[in-house]
Design a protein around this ligand. Sequence first.
Ligand SMILES: Cc1cc2nc3c(=O)[nH]c(=O)nc-3n(C[C@H](O)[C@H](O)[C@H](O)COP(=O)(O)OP(=O)(O)OC[C@H]3O[C@@H](n4cnc5c(N)ncnc54)[C@H](O)[C@@H]3O)c2cc1C
Length: 393
Amino acid sequence: MPGVTRSVWQSRKAAREACDVCIVGAGILGASTAWWLGKLAPRLRVVVVDARWPAYGASGRNAGFLLQGAVTDYVSDIRLYGIDRARALRTFTHENRDQLLAEIPTESFGFVPSGSLTVAGETEEEERLRESAALMDRDGFPAELLGASAVNTRLGSKDYRSGLLVPTGGMLNPAELVGQLIARSGATSHTHRPVLHVDADAVEGGDFRIAAGTVVVCAGPWTAELLPEAARFVRPVRAQMMALEPARPMTLDLPIYSHEGFYYLRPDPRGRILVGGARHLHREVEVGFRDATTPALQADLLDYARRHFPELARARKVTAWAGTMGFSPDGLPFVGRVPSGAYLATGFTGHGMAYGFRSGRLLANLVTGTEDPFAALFDPERPTAAASQCASD
Ligand SMILES: Cc1cc2nc3c(=O)[nH]c(=O)nc-3n(C[C@H](O)[C@H](O)[C@H](O)COP(=O)(O)OP(=O)(O)OC[C@H]3O[C@@H](n4cnc5c(N)ncnc54)[C@H](O)[C@@H]3O)c2cc1C
């Protein structure tokens, strides 16, 4: 049987364990799947194993935007995926939010029901927001179009042309959320256990082996290292952020997104302003797994923040960080079973918080053989023509 090989010198016996479901990776996907299995199938023995610790990856490094929709605006979703799929994707993200807020006490993960605002940095974006507002109204998704002065007065910003306020958006602390889901799941959680090999009925590391009725791989951009068949689903793309401490408290009170999602800002609970993006200016560098920031991209982020928020001219940079996202060819995740027999959830691009909790339910349903109306939406067997104009480029 293929697996981890050990030389005659590596005589240490592997620790053995058995469970019904073994989940590899304790990011938002692994944690959500564990939580839903705990709720829907409490008799199952579930083990979550992570190479580092819960929320070590992008799930603990992201901006904590809880957004609605697939890309940046409804018109872009429709252009990329067609009207039926765009509607289904938006409905999925609404369910993601509603079920998360209904199931997990919101104060335990710092949720702020602020709404979210997509602001138009360019004329073309302004037009898309206007069209999106009309189509969302038609399809029953709440949104409010704001003019330039309403946006800039509210944010204390300058030069935004308009904004689309989605009242059901919000912000949260993603690392706390993952921790809460694991703690409340009833699953056994192992940290510092890098999995080296995955079969349909076992996972194995250098010094452990876990036999499982079902194996679920939620290893984000690392998924292809464990399931070679996932190499066509996911590639590693880096994102960088920084935290700025303004000289005086700012009026910014909700997450904002501009330039097709390539720039984003939000306040944190201590009044610091978190800024991310600028990846489109450094595409060739912002790939792979290197956990490092770069002076050039950080300078572009600062420049963007100061250009639109005069209050940040004298802000102090407190810290900066990077995270690796799993990008898929069509900008949508993959959730389901692959031919080797394991289940996976990967390819969540820059939107894992928007999809993660509901995707955990979808995976729990697939694993337990329960019907789910969204079973086909993220099918790993779907054809994946490259989506050329989304923020997942
Ligand atoms: C800077 C940044 C900002 C972002 N902002 C947002 C945002 O505001 N809103 C939003 O919705 N999304 C955002 N995202 C995207 C979001 O963070 C991801 O889509 C999401 O976190 C992916 O979750 P995941 O569980 O699939 O993977 P991950 O969070 O990467 O988790 C994978 C886990 O698997 C573990 N693992 C890997 N290999 C192994 C192995 N061999 N054995 C055992 N364990 C293993 C890792 O240690 C890790 O803990 C952002 C991402 C970044 C980087």
